[in-house]
Design a protein around this ligand. Structure first.
Ligand SMILES: NC(=O)c1ccc[n+]([C@@H]2O[C@H](COP(=O)([O-])OP(=O)(O)OC[C@H]3O[C@@H](n4cnc5c(N)ncnc54)[C@H](O)[C@@H]3O)[C@@H](O)[C@H]2O)c1
Ligand SMILES: [Zn+2]
Length: 271
């Protein structure tokens, strides 16, 4: 499997990098796999008996904005402080070595690929980004950069006033992230990225494509489905799925039961 992966990487003219929350684990970020994973990362919510789905609900920004911003402000600060692990740079090195094209498709909202030097216009953030804001009432279609300083009182996971506000109507703003039961998410930024990705796929469909999927879980299978769709619909595409706990994919695609960084290092050692 590792040798075949190295062969695919060596010959790739196009890299499509698909990633879920597990991609951040080797940078020290939590995934939210099951309540156990979520509560390990956020003991305050364990005490309150709240799951990821309970916390990731846009209604909090209307009902109790300090609570809503407690969760998202904490994550904003965490993702701002995080340094992307070496795996991000290993793939970039392969792209440069092969003079290849690339595109990133991720359900992560953490902006780690851009932080590692991947281009904004080569990135599709299917669930939006924590580094962009919108009005909670969608008073306009504006989506603006999150430059806010957000202070969190961590024992209760509540944000300290003043909270980020919509510059147009003055209500508390919210991250431009698709949450659960979310009818007010503004998809415009993600739609522009989706269109760019569709054009990229159409332009590169007859070239040798390596899809490298890392840390995408099966609970919300958006990213896994994207990798598989490309792998089964484009003849010249091979998928390498790297995931320590749920690496299964139908052959001839490749399943590597490693953490992202470990898997990438092992392939790199064979190149
Ligand atoms: N960093 C983020 O932006 C972030 C973090 C948590 C959740 N989310 C959101 O929550 C949803 C969760 O779905 P998901 O599938 O991304 O995450 P998930 O938490 O459901 O699954 C994480 C996956 O990563 C794997 N994993 C664990 N350690 C790993 C490692 N070291 N290397 C590679 N893989 C590893 C696990 O086996 C699992 O399959 C997504 O929609 C996402 O938007 C985002
Ligand atoms: Zn507004």
């Amino acid at each position: 499997m590792l040798n075949r992966s190295a062969e695919i990487i060596r010959k790739a003219e196009v890299f499509i990098i698909t990633a879920g929350a597990g991609m951040g684990v080797d940078s020290g970020l939590p995934d939210f796999r099951g309540n156990h994973g979520f509560w390990n990362a956020y003991p305050a919510y364990s005490r309150l008996g709240l799951s990821f789905i309970d916390c990731a609900n846009p209604q909090h920004f209307a009902d109790d904005p300090a609570f809503g911003w407690g969760f998202y402000g904490h994550r904003t600060n965490l993702y701002r402080e995080t340094v992307p692990h070496e795996g991000f740079h290993i793939i970039k090195k392969w792209i440069v070595r092969n003079s290849a094209e690339y595109f990133v498709v991720t359900s992560n909202v953490d902006g780690q690929f851009q932080k590692a030097g991947y281009a904004d216009d080569r990135t599709l953030e299917v669930h939006g980004s924590i580094h962009w804001l919108q009005c909670q009432k969608s008073c306009s279609c504006s989506i603006w950069k999150n430059d806010e300083v957000i202070v969190i009182e961590e024992t209760a996971m509540r944000a300290v006033q003043p909270l980020p506000r919509c510059p147009d109507c003055g209500v508390v703003s919210r991250p431009n992230i698709l949450m659960f039961g979310d009818w007010s998410w503004l998809p415009d930024r993600t739609r522009i990225q989706e269109n760019a990705f569709d054009r990229f796929l159409a332009a590169n469909a007859d070239r040798r494509i390596a899809v490298i999927e890392m840390g995408a879980g099966s609970a919300i299978p958006t990213i896994r489905a994207t990798s598989e769709r490309i792998g089964w619909s484009i003849e010249s595409a091979d998928v390498i799925r790297i995931n320590p706990r749920e690496p299964e994919i139908k052959p001839p695609h490749i399943s590597l039961a490693y953490g992202a960084l470990e898997g990438l290092l092992k392939i790199d050692a064979l190149l």
